[in-house]
Design a protein around this ligand. Structure first.
Ligand code: TMP
Length: 214
């Protein structure tokens, strides 16, 4: 199967901009690629996203939240990711299983082993070949995310931005712990650098990955 690339990071880490630039870069090289996201990426997944991120749903318990993320993933992998990889295209996914470990595991404090098991099931065993972790202090990321939401009028997706700063610090710590455990797969990039610098680093890794997968 062709490369499966995921992007992770705390809120406002600049993933979406980099994904769009990478898509353009690969398309110009004539490499088929698909941009997708979690939660979401397919009609059922997008409906689950609306439930998960609706700020009115403050009564949602952590376990329901976890299972909804996993349910959305099971559908997304089977309907979009796996078929595209099998056809030989590169998939660029905005968040994947690491987000569940970081947010529901480290953030919400659900047992990490349970989540690892659920992640394995919901992704049908598919693992990213490379994950770019765009890292910055949670305070800086959150400030950027809240600004973006105001500009885009995305108040309906604010449930996580409303969490306390301690929650977001745990999420960041979780991501860094995952990167420490799997340094070959997870590439940590300081997202306080310029957009161009970040993009150059990403392209370097991706070019090598493409050569290796040929
Ligand atoms: P986004 O804003 O990057 O699109 O992500 C949506 C929110 O969902 C973000 O706050 C992170 C959160 N999330 C989880 O809590 N667990 C997960 O498994 C995923 C994929 C996202």
């Amino acid at each position: 199967m062709s490369p499966f690339i995921t992007f992770e990071g705390v809120e406002g880490s600049g993933k979406t901009t980099q994904i769009q630039r990478l898509k353009k870069y690969l398309t110009q090289k004539g490499i088929p690629c698909k941009v997708t996201r979690e939660p979401g990426g397919c009609p059922i997944g997008e409906k689950v996203r609306k439930i998960l991120l609706n700020p009115d749903h403050h009564k949602m318990v952590s376990m329901s939240e976890l299972l909804l993320y996993e349910a959305a993933r099971a559908q997304h992998v089977k309907e979009v990711i796996e078929p595209f990889l099998k056809k030989g295209g590169i998939v660029l996914c905005d968040r994947f299983s690491d987000a569940t470990l970081a947010y529901q595991g480290y953030g919400r404090k659900i047992n990490l082993k349970w989540i690892e098991r659920l992640n394995h099931l919901s992704s049908w065993g598919i693992k990213p070949d490379v994950t770019f972790l765009l890292d910055c202090p949670s305070e800086i990321g959150l400030k950027r995310a809240l600004q973006r939401n105001r500009t885009l009028k995305q108040e309906n997706e604010e449930r996580f931005e409303k969490e306390k700063i301690q929650f977001h610090r745990r999420v960041r710590k979780g991501y860094l712990a995952i990167a420490k455990k799997e340094p070959r797969r997870v590439k940590v990039i300081d997202s306080r650098q310029s957009e161009d610098k970040i993009f150059n680093k990403i392209c370097n890794f991706v070019d090598k990955l493409i050569v290796r997968s040929k």
